[in-house]
Design a protein around this ligand. Sequence first.
Ligand code: UT7
Length: 333
Amino acid sequence: MNFLKPKSIIIKGTGSYVPEKIVTNDDIAKVVDTSDEWIFERSGIRRRHFSVNESASDMAVKSAKEALESAGVSPQDIDLVIVTTVTPDMMFPSTACLLQAKLGIRNNIPCFDLEAACTGFVYGMEVATSMMQSGKYKNALVVSTERLNPLLNWEDRTTCFLFGDGSGAAVLSYGEEEGVGIIGNVLGADGSNTAVLKLPAGGSLLPTSAQTVADKQHFIQMDGKEIFKNAVRIMQEKALDVLDMCDVRPEDISLLIPHQANIRIIETVAKRIKIPREKVYVNIEEYGNTSSASIPIALNEALKEGRIKSGDYILLVAFGAGLTWGATLIKWH
Ligand code: UT7
C-alpha cells in the first residue's frame, strides 16, 4: 500500500484544562515552614491548581475536547493518540486507551502512553511527527496530563510547593504547504542521573507495601539544586542545537515557551540564548510546575492571547526526570 507523505505537519488545534481548586503559597505556609515571599522569590510560583477528584484521563478529556474543537477535527478522524504523563490513572491499561474510550475515538488506531517526565510533550510531538511522516497517520492527538498533588510530601518543604495539576493537548495534522509546522526537534536523555528526581515505590522494584507507605516512598523526591544546574545548562544547549539544525537565529524567535519549572531557570536560559524576556511565555505564577502539561497549557494560552501569528518561529524547550530533555522548533502555519 502506498501512503502519501505529508508536505508538513502542523499544530492544527490546542486545548488546556486546570482544575478549579486553587492552593496559594499562604495555604502552603500553613502546612510547612515557608512563606509566600520565599516561594515566589525562589521559584516564581504564587498559586497552583489541585485536582480534588479528577484523574489524569478526566483532565485529558477536557483539554483534548478543546483541542479537537479548535482544530475542527472530529474524534472519528483521529488516527493516533499519545498521552504523556507520570501520573497515569492506573498502571495499566494506558491512560491513552481510557481517553480513547471517553472521547469515542474509533478503535482501529494506536493509542499509547509515553513517559518522559516533564519532557513528555516534546517527546510526544516528535513521536507523533515521525509516525505521521510515514503517511499512515493524518491526525494525531497528543495530550499531556498530570495529577501531581497526591505525590507531594507535605513534610518536605523543599518540594511540596513546586507542583500543580493540569492538562494540555494538541491536534497535529498535515499542512498544505512545505516548510511550516514542526520543523525541528532534538531529544535526549541521561539515565546515569536518575536519583536526582524520582518517585521510588509503586513499581516493580519497590511494590507497594505497608513499609513503602510508612517510609514515604510514594512521594516525589528531588535534589533541587542538582536539577536546577542541569536544567539551565541542558535547556540552553538544546534550544541552540535545534535552532542550529534549522538554520534559524535566536533573534528570529517570536516566542520561547519553556517548561515552567522555576522562573529563575527560565530567565537564565532565555538570557543565555539571547531571547528577550518579552518574547518568553511564563505562566508559572498561576500553575506551578505541571510536568509534561506545562508546555501545551502555555502554548494554548499564548495562542488565545494572540501571541502567535502565521510565520512566527516558536521554540519549545523542556527538561525533566530521567534525566530527559528536548527542544522543538515550529514555524507557525
Ligand atoms: O521539572 C523539573 C522539576 N524540578 C525542578 O525544576 C526544580 C529545580 N530546583 C529548584 O527550582 C530550586 O532548587 C528550588 C526552588 C527547589 C529551591 O531553591 P534553591 O534556591 O535551590 O534553594 P535551596 O535548596 O538552596 O535552599 C536554600 C535555603 C535552605 O536553607 P539553608 O540551608 O540555606 O539554611 C533551605 O533549607 O532555603 C531553605 N528552604 C526553604 N525555606 C523556606 C528550602 N525550601 C524552603 C521553603 N521555604 N519552602
